[in-house]
Design a protein around this ligand. Structure first.
Ligand code: ZN
Length: 291
């Protein structure tokens, strides 16, 4: 099944909700970045959140960046998404390994450690809008819940999960974000809170065959759930030799000359998709004349 997200409203628009299935993009990210199971889980959770949060933006060129920096051995990770759920991301230390946590699960919180979550939205205005919150558990879903509550004043339930097979391939990945709008009645709030408490793990639900639609139907049943959109989501990087060339030209004559003086071909590496772009010394000379 290909990855997708759904968007929905409930309780007469007092609730908005998103749910995603993202196994393909997480598996792809794992392959290109050669991530360890913990790094796969962390990146998969943040990619899933990125796809759903990207779809909250309106314009085609809007760009969302989620960055986590911590003092743990993984050091951090970055995900960006556009409003069409094209996501990409990478982990600073993709090979990180740790023993399971006290619940016997992949220790994402321990691998990230204490740190900060930055959410940046580039909406085509003069300055991108950025906000930072401290990490609470460093397990990512709780950190985003805290971000929504403190930075956006939107009470939210966030669930994100990546389930691995014994052979370290990705078995399931997905998540949901359910948010209370400012006009929500106390009654709706109470019902939603008790429903959220009753939800089992998102990857268990997906593994039992539930679709994102089923998951929201279960949580928001009899709250007049209305699924408004279904959007394909995928891992996609927009880098190209042309873009890398422009970036090299922009570094200026002096730095290009230093590279030329070393008299060796260079390789420019895209962090997001791990693609490598080669430039010969002759090509660098040509770029110097354009810079
Ligand atoms: Zn790339």
């Amino acid at each position: 099944m290909d990855d997708y997200i759904i968007r929905a409203t409930a309780a007469n628009k007092q609730i908005r909700a998103f749910a995603a299935t993202t196994k393909e993009m997480v598996e792809y990210a794992m392959e290109i970045h050669n991530t360890s199971p913990i790094a796969t889980a962390a990146l998969g959770r943040l990619l899933t959140a990125g796809a759903m949060m990207g779809s909250m933006m309106k314009a085609e060129k809007d760009l969302l960046t989620l960055q986590i920096q911590g003092n743990g051995p993984m050091k951090g990770l970055v995900v960006t998404s556009d409003s069409k759920c094209n996501v990409k991301g990478y982990v600073y230390e993709p090979g990180v390994m740790l023993p399971p946590n006290s619940k016997g699960k992949l220790d994402v919180g321990g691998a990230i450690g204490i740190g900060l979550l930055s959410v940046t939205r580039d909406l085509g205005l003069k300055e991108p809008y950025s906000s930072q919150t401290t990490l609470t558990t460093s397990e990512i879903a709780e950190d985003l819940t805290y971000y929504f509550a403190t930075s956006e004043q939107v009470p939210s339930a966030v669930a994100l999960g990546v389930l691995m097979n014994k052979n370290n391939t990705v078995r399931q990945a997905g998540g949901f974000i359910i948010q209370l709008m400012p006009n929500a009645d106390d009654e709706v709030i109470d019902v939603l809170e008790s429903r959220i408490k009753g939800v089992s793990s998102i990857t268990d639900l997906l593994d039992k065959g539930s679709s994102p639609e089923n998951i929201l139907e279960n949580v928001l049943e009899d709250l007049d759930l209305e699924i408004t959109d279904k959007l394909p989501a995928k891992f996609s990087c927009s880098c190209s030799k042309e873009r890398v060339t422009k970036a090299l030209i922009s570094i200026g004559k002096k730095d290009l000359q230093e590279m030329i003086d070393e008299n060796e071909d260079i390789e420019v590496h895209c962090h997001f998709c791990n693609k490598k772009y080669k430039f010969t010394v002759d090509e660098l000379r040509d770029l110097r004349t354009k810079s």
